[in-house]
Design a protein around this ligand. Sequence first.
Ligand code: SAM
Length: 295
Amino acid sequence: MDKMVIDRIASRNYTAGVVNRFDFRIKKGYGQNFLVDQHVLGKIIRAADIKNDELVIEIGPGIGALTQELAERAEIVAAVEIDKALIPVLSETLSGYDNVEIINADILKTDVREIISKYNKKSAKVIANLPYYITTPIVMSLLELGECINSIVVMVQKEVALRMAAKPGTKDYGSLSLAVQFYSETSLVANVPTNCFYPRPGVDSAVIKLDVLSSPPVDVKDSELMFQIIRAAFSKRRKTLVNCLESSESMSAVFGSLSKADIEEILVSCDLPPKVRGESLGLEEFARLANLIEE
Ligand code: SAM
């Protein structure tokens, strides 16, 4: 196939043409902001580093702008699209590619492991311009799948990308940073202004890469308990960790009748200052705390 003669889908003219020809109604509720910028697309593709024997899973192919680039590099692309009205559009825009399977389904109800085993693969890369209204559930459910996902390169709302990559003590740092960094190494790939999409979204975007870790970066006996502590620690931003833990309903089951002073003592025995705030603690400290509480 001669790549040079095939139209690039990711352009404003091509996208507007397809939308008009199919009389396609763009659905804001599905986060339909189509990428129309080749330069940004190039950055996603370079970050993803796709090999020609790899399976790529794309979430929300839209009219196929990113899918086209993936199909030209990967062995197989499985693209999960919720909007039924886009299926005939994709059959036309991607008619030149025989290594693309479009799955008309909701990604949150899709068994990603099943897709991987269907193609006799052990793992896949996930590459997508995500529907922003469900970024966190999508990313967390992929990360929880473990090693069958090699890496995730996704366009998300800029604010969410900054939160995912944030380090302790910074304004964007919170439970999402810790959850994502428990499973992966994060790197910000590109900032993407609103004029790179059709139609323009209301917020700036960014591309982030998550390299999935083969084992957690910290030694924690009960990761559920650690995340329960983390959620409690960030539930009230301005409060000290002790106050957050003491007033948290979910933690009261763990702490029983322990007083504030007792909880402070636990922190001190973890080498933490009694008045410490959750926002200054890294995964290492939360893991230590969870291990001690578990004991
Ligand atoms: N990949 C295309 C692009 O870059 O131009 C479209 C990206 S657009 C931001 C998000 C896409 O996700 C839309 O096509 C939308 O219909 C689809 N989508 C929304 N919710 C979905 C879900 N729960 N499962 C699968 N696809 C979904």
